[in-house]
Design a protein around this ligand. Structure first.
Ligand SMILES: [Zn+2]
Length: 159
């Protein structure tokens, strides 16, 4: 899944859950944080992407990291909302046909969940288009009804 869709999906979820806007930054960072493995792939090799940082254990570790980064706001809130946002990442990534190492470090097997329905690439393409369409439509509806929590840049700088 692309970063914009990850970002918008978590923004929609936070807005619907009426998350405190001071904690929104944590969630938005969490939405794309697992893809920190893309630059790390330059060090560890191409197979590293969609590996440990997209696994269940990796998501828990990244949630602790987010909690520590934003501990001044509240470790517990940052951890909880970070965990929620981080969890959406591999689930949305599952829409695409590239496998995820869900059970690292217990297993290095990479799994594509949707192949249980079809392994045809056009199937993933249609599911992706539908998901992006739903995300964009919901973003537009919430924006039009002024229900999206405003993103205020100073949250990023006043950690
Ligand atoms: Zn990803």
């Amino acid at each position: 899944m692309d970063w914009i869709s990850h970002f918008l999906f978590v923004w929609i979820c936070c807005s619907l859950l009426k998350v405190d806007k001071k904690i929104l930054t944590v969630a938005l960072m969490g939405s794309i944080f697992p893809d920190v493995d893309i630059p790390l792939s330059l060090v560890f090799g191409r197979g590293f992407h969609r590996g440990p940082t997209h696994s269940i254990v990796g998501i828990l570790i990244l949630a602790v990291v987010l909690g520590l980064i934003f501990y001044k706001k509240s470790f517990k809130s940052s951890f909880n909302i970070g965990l929620l946002a981080l969890s959406t990442h591999p689930l949305l990534d599952s829409i695409l046909p590239w496998p995820i190492e869900w059970f690292w470090p217990f297993s290095n097997e990479k799994i594509v969940i949707l192949t249980m329905f079809s392994s045809k690439h056009y199937f993933f393409f249609y599911i992706y288009l539908i998901a992006v369409g739903i995300i964009l439509a919901l973003t537009y509806l919430l924006w039009k009804k002024k229900k999206l929590i405003p993103i205020e840049p100073w949250f990023v700088y006043k950690i």
